[in-house]
Ligand binder design. Structure first.
Ligand code: HEM
Ligand SMILES: *[C@@H]1O[C@H](CO)[C@@H](O)[C@H](O)[C@H]1NC(C)=O
Ligand SMILES: *[C@@H]1O[C@H](CO)[C@@H](O)[C@H](O)[C@H]1NC(C)=O
Ligand SMILES: *[C@@H]1O[C@H](CO)[C@@H](O)[C@H](O)[C@H]1NC(C)=O
Length: 480
């Protein structure tokens, strides 16, 4: 409550302070004749961020995009987000343009709030940092390595369901699925499996995640301010863990390939330089945030759709029972088993079409250029969004229908299905996410049936889409 009223107070103060500027800027706009994309820029400084965040809180983040596509253009429109002039590119052409011009005309960009929460991102250019991170991740998540994680994931999924789901009549899906993906990330990235340490981390992380997309106003009480504080707290703990690990590595009590942390500490760049501790702490932080909130949102929506669509549940159950029956009673899932989960993955894909964990991504123009006849000045921020294609009937006939068969054969047309983005910046955690989602689906459908307790629960987006009340469900053990 305190947080909401404070941010509104700030908004009010800001409006009064900037009223003269607003009038000035609207008058200016009418007079200038440039060739910028159609659209409006909203209030100075805050821009259209409030509308953007508000449509998100009301559960319709796409509405912001969609309303403006209808009003201005279905290809591109101009706006101002999180304090920066921006244009939103729509449709597969827009996606293709942004994905394939990475480091040529555009580069990845994050709202300035992110740089304050992760100070090391500001030290070198974001693209250099991201390239380092990608290399690191891709080598850590290469297929041979991922194959080894399947058993760990299965062990943790089984533990999680035993401790938190079994023998309960009702559970709250969203917090639990966060618990699962977080426990998994802590184990695979840092070898942490102590429940006390996990609990210590979990709360500040939640605060941090919601601050990343907040309006970057650093005053006591704002989500942004709380996020900075939370990140300091976690970073302190991470530094302790990193120091400890360095000692263990030196004494050969830890292996360089044991987890992401060891991997980062043991890998140098081509000049023999190792990453600094601060750099490592920030990277791990980023991974934990980027990696667990997205996947837990996906899992929550898988649970929601399976509750709503019994025929889909039955087909997933059938596929997973065949896999279960082919194995010994104590045998853990293996890579080969995951490859058999084709239908289940199509279901997860369809869930991420209808409820994508990330709505889109930002870029920054590296040079002046024209797109679709409109000029984009160097420095403008650009945005691609999933909804501009995921819900368009040209690419997904009857887009509101849940239809896993869309992904059979050749699947959707290029640049239309983009829950993980595309091009050089495509999500490097995609395969990891696929494994953790499928391992969870296997365990949950072979053990339970469930129904929603609240038939009409709203969806809010903060910053990932989630059911407003956390998706409470009624559980029934599955009789096999
Ligand atoms: C269902 C789960 C996930 C979804 C839907 C998702 C989606 C995305 C998307 C759309 C992007 C690209 C943003 C852009 O183009 O600007 C991205 C980037 C990224 N993701 Fe994921 N992600 C998921 C899981 C993960 C996991 C599990 C990890 C790590 C273990 C991860 C790590 C990253 C990183 C590091 C980037 C930045 C890559 C770069 O800037 O080059 N993601 N993700
Ligand atoms: C998402 O886009 C589709 C078509 O592109 C549109 O029909 C739908 O209303 C949009 N969703 C929202 C909430 O704006
Ligand atoms: C390695 O050193 C060279 C020459 O000093 C420099 O140009 C290059 O950027 C360095 N590479 C990295 C990854 O720091
Ligand atoms: C869907 O895509 C088509 C083809 O690109 C486009 O003409 C149309 O405006 C889009 N529809 C919506 C609702 O965005």
């Amino acid at each position: 409550m305190e947080q909401i009223s404070l941010s509104w107070l700030i908004t009010l103060v800001a409006l009064f302070l900037f009223l003269p500027l607003i009038l000035l800027s609207t008058r200016n706009k009418a007079n200038t004749s440039n060739n910028f994309p159609p659209g409006k820029t909203g209030w100075p400084i805050i821009g259209e961020s409030l509308e953007f965040l508000n449509t998100g809180r009301r559960g319709v983040p796409e509405k912001f995009i969609h309303d403006r596509m209808q009003k201005f253009s279905s290809h591109i429109f101009r706006t101002s987000l999180l304090g920066e002039p921006a244009a939103v590119l729509c449709g597969p052409t827009g996606n293709k343009f942004l994905y394939s011009n990475e480091n040529k005309l555009v580069q990845a960009w994050w709202p300035s709030s992110v740089y304050k929460i992760f100070p090391s991102t500001g030290q070198s250019s974001s693209s250099e940092e991201a390239i380092k991170m990608r290399k690191m991740l891709l080598s850590f998540f290469k297929p041979e390595a991922l194959q080894r994680y399947v058993e760990t994931m299965d062990t943790i999924a089984k533990q999680h369901l035993k401790n938190e789901w079994e023998n309960r009549k009702e559970v709250m899906v969203f917090p639990l699925s966060k618990g699962y993906t977080f426990a998994l990330a802590c184990k695979l990235f840092m070898s942490i499996d102590d429940p006390i340490q996990l609990a210590r981390f979990a709360d500040p992380f939640a605060i941090l995640a919601s601050g990343v997309i907040a309006i970057p106003i650093n005053l006591p009480g704002t989500s942004f301010n709380k996020a900075i504080k939370a990140s300091e707290l976690i970073r302190k703990d991470l530094h302790k863990i990193i120091k400890q690990r360095k000692i263990e590595l030196a004494e050969k009590r830890a292996s360089p390939m044991q987890d992401v942390l060891s991997h980062m500490l043991s890998t140098s760049d081509e000049n023999g330089t190792f990453m600094s501790e601060m750099d490592i702490a920030d990277k791990i932080l980023g991974l934990l945030i980027g990696g667990h909130d997205t996947a837990s949102a996906a899992i929550t929506f898988v649970m929601k759709f399976l509750a709503e669509l019994p025929h889909i549940y039955n087909d997933v159950h059938k596929e997973q029972m065949e896999i279960l029956k082919s194995k010994g009673s104590r045998e853990l899932l293996k890579w080969e088993d995951i490859q058999k989960m084709k239908y289940s993955w199509n279901v997860a894909c369809e869930v991420m079409r209808l409820a994508p964990p990330l709505q889109g991504g930002f870029r920054e123009a590296l040079a002046d250029f024209t797109y679709n006849g409109f000029s984009i000045p160097k420095g403008w921020k650009l945005y691609w969004s999933t909804n501009s294609t995921h819900k368009n009937s040209t690419y997904f006939p009857n887009p509101e229908n849940f239809d896993p068969s869309r992904y059979e054969g050749n699947g959707p047309a290029p640049y239309t299905y983009v829950p993980f983005g595309g091009g050089p910046r495509m999500c490097p955690g995609k395969e990891y996410a696929r494994l953790e989602i499928l391992v969870f689906m296997h365990n949950v459908v072979t053990k339970f049936k469930w129904e929603k307790i609240l038939p009409d629960e709203n969806i809010v987006v903060n910053p990932m889409p989630v059911p407003a009340k956390g998706l409470p469900i009624r559980l029934e053990p599955q009789v096999c």
